[in-house]
Structures are given as C-alpha cells and as structure tokens.
Design a protein around this ligand. Structure first.
Ligand code: NI
Length: 138
C-alpha cells in the first residue's frame, strides 16, 4: 500500500465552485478522487507523448461488403502483431462490422497502427482510447 500524503492548495473560489459541480456531475465519490483522476490522466498523456509502454483500444466501424476493405483491415493488423493483444470482431448488422483492437506496447507504434486503420477508405468511424499499461501509476 503506497504511503498517502496530504496536500493543500490555493485556488480561485469560482474555479473551485465550478470544479465541485463537475465532480458531482461526473459521479466521483470525492473531490480527492476527481483530482487524482485528473493527475493520472496527465501522467498517461505524458506516457503517450514520451513513446513509453502503454495500453489502449482502437475501435473501427466499417462495411464488410465494400470491396477489399475487410482484407485491408486484416493485412494492416498482421503488420502490427507485436502491439496487438487481441482483436474482437462484432457483426453489427447486415453491412456493418465493429472491430476492437486491444493494444499494448510503445505508444508511437500503436499510434502508427491507429493511423493506418483510420486511413483505410471506407472506415466509417474510428477511435483510440489511450490508457496506461499500469507502470508508474498507483
Ligand atoms: Ni462482421
């Protein structure tokens, strides 16, 4: 169990009031938890910018009837095997497929994969969730 330190801080009343409202809207149990979440988010952004070992998920939606598209999605993933932990394919309806690619590895390489998938013509939506591999974050 890591040692807990108490800090105090000075800030403008209006900023604190607005933040307190946001904390309850977003469902954090306490203001401390909300501040910790912001601090961790900042650390995670640093991991990604610093090309560190990270984790995340890439989602894409595409029409598998479109010629060559599904094949291209597979080909690209085969070029990025070391950073792909798993891929889940969900047939959304007659046309649309959702693919969730869970990734873990160097941030730069993962972003290359996300860019490659995003640049396939016919991909209707794409998103990259950037999170941490857990090292250095308590
Ligand atoms: Ni499908």
């Amino acid at each position: 169990m890591p040692q807990v330190k108490r800090i105090s801080m000075s800030l403008e009343e209006d900023l604190l009031r607005r933040f307190n409202r946001q904390v309850s809207r977003q469902g954090y149990p306490t203001r401390s938890e909300a501040i910790k979440a912001l601090m961790r988010q900042s650390l995670i952004e640093g991991e990604w910018k610093g090309d560190q070992e990270v984790a995340g998920a890439i989602t894409i939606v595409y029409d598998h009837h479109r010629r060559g598209l599904a094949k291209r999605v597979q080909e690209i993933q085969h070029h990025f095997v070391p950073v792909i932990a798993s891929t889940q394919h969900i047939h959304l309806d007659h046309h649309n497929c959702l693919e969730v690619v869970v990734v873990k590895g160097r941030a730069g390489r993962i972003q290359e994969l996300a860019t490659a998938l995003r640049s396939i013509k016919g991909v209707k939506h794409n998103a990259l969730v950037m999170t941490t591999a857990g090292r250095g974050i308590d």
